[in-house]
Design a protein around this ligand. Structure first.
Ligand SMILES: Cc1cc2nc3c(=O)[nH]c(=O)nc-3n(C[C@H](O)[C@H](O)[C@H](O)COP(=O)(O)OP(=O)(O)OC[C@H]3O[C@@H](n4cnc5c(N)ncnc54)[C@H](O)[C@@H]3O)c2cc1C
Length: 331
């Protein structure tokens, strides 16, 4: 059995950020991920200025395209898009397939391809699949995290099931504006996110509960959205006809679940940290990865109350707080 100080399960933004900070302090850390990187991750790939600051990515550091986003919001009832997207800072797009692989390689941690199945406690160590033993175990395996399932088996945090569909494809004829549609008969939103290298990501997400109530199918919404883009001249009909979108149910957990057990911390999506308004999860994943590492280093405490809760700012955030009040963590 291999002995390691810290095992991080999951090499997405949460896991790689935590691993990087531990490596920066010379600590012994291994990342286990069931995927081989670069790996596909369903995501529009929108990141904020704060994410770049937290990750210490200076202009020119990132070797792949990163596009500053000029965002237009298409609101219910308005026939045109507004240059109005009330976030606290600048916004950018990246491709997750490139971003996550680069972050993980940059972490300097050893990465082992391993699908984690079983986890048990043995004295003061965590044992993973009877192959690895560690003092600290970090659950960063996303919404289906095996650490969450094994270490917190009775935890039933409230969750809102979101159904998402998306497609990322090469589309050099794109325009450079990012568009968010809050008006398509969906309880959710749809997006068009251009990338810096001629790719574009289009998709939508909706609350499963409301889809079930309306009796409509998410694919029908996706097709209607694509048809609208064709009608608006943003997508050509031949490309639209050839798109086969992919998707999956995605759980946005509320933040009332436990995120710590004895020397075990949950971070990122496994801790239910995506923002309550837009489901932006990369920033919260990074923030939690840094705090978890600091706890292991004895420099701080992982405190989920300190993680960004809403993406929107100002009046829009206040409206979102009201809309999401049932899911807000207890004060
Ligand atoms: C359609 C869609 C669009 C989104 N768009 C955005 C966006 O534009 N901006 C934004 O900020 N957020 C967005 N999000 C949310 C964002 O993708 C997540 O919040 C973010 O990826 C969370 O990072 P993470 O590191 O916690 O988990 P993940 O990125 O999911 O990484 C988890 C890792 O764990 C690994 N893993 C899982 N199970 C095991 C196992 N058994 N053994 C070993 N490894 C395992 C996986 O292979 C994966 O690499 C979107 C989500 C969806 C579904």
């Amino acid at each position: 059995m291999r002995e390691i100080e810290t095992i991080v399960v999951g090499g997405g933004p949460a896991g790689s950020t935590c691993a990087r900070r531990l490596r920066q302090h010379g600590r012994d850390v291994v990342v286990l991920d069931k995927a081989t990187f670069p790996r596909l991750k369903l995501c529009a790939g929108w990141i904020t200025e704060k994410v770049l600051r937290d990750l210490e990515i200076a202009p020119g550091d990132y070797p792949h395209p990163m596009l500053p986003l000029d965002i237009r919001s298409h609101l219910r009832g308005l026939p045109f898009g507004l240059r109005w997207f009330p976030t606290p800072g600048k916004n950018f797009s990246i491709r997750r397939v490139e971003f996550d692989a680069w972050l993980l390689a940059r972490s300097g941690a050893e990465v082992i391809r391993h699908d984690v199945r079983s986890i048990r406690r043995d004295g003061d160590r965590w044992i993973v699949d009877d192959a690895y033993a560690c003092r600290w175990l970090i659950g960063a395996g996303g919404t289906m995290c095996p650490v969450r399932r094994a270490v917190f088996p009775n935890q039933r945090p409230k969750s809102r099931q979101i159904v998402t569909l998306e497609k990322e494809f090469s589309y050099p004829a794109r325009e450079d504006a990012c568009r968010l549609y809050f008006k398509r008969g969906l309880v959710g939103y749809a997006w068009v996110v251009p990338k810096g290298d001629g790719h574009v990501n289009i998709g939508l997400g909706a609350k499963a509960k409301y889809l079930r109530k309306s009796g409509t199918d998410i694919h029908a919404h996706f097709r209607a959205f694509v048809d609208d883009l064709v009608a608006e001249g943003r997508l050509d009909a031949a490309t639209a006809a050839g798109l086969n979108e992919t998707g999956h149910p995605y759980y946005l957990f509320t933040r009332d679940g436990a995120v710590r057990a004895d020397h075990c911390l949950l971070i990122g999506d496994s801790a239910g940290l995506a923002t309550m308004d837009l489901g932006e999860g990369i920033g919260p994943a990074v923030e939690s990865g840094l705090m978890a590492a600091d706890e292991i280093l004895g420099r701080g405490t992982w405190d989920k109350a300190k993680v960004t809760l809403f993406s929107l700012a100002g009046v829009a955030q206040r409206l979102m707080r009201v809309a999401n009040r049932r899911h807000l963590p207890a004060a």
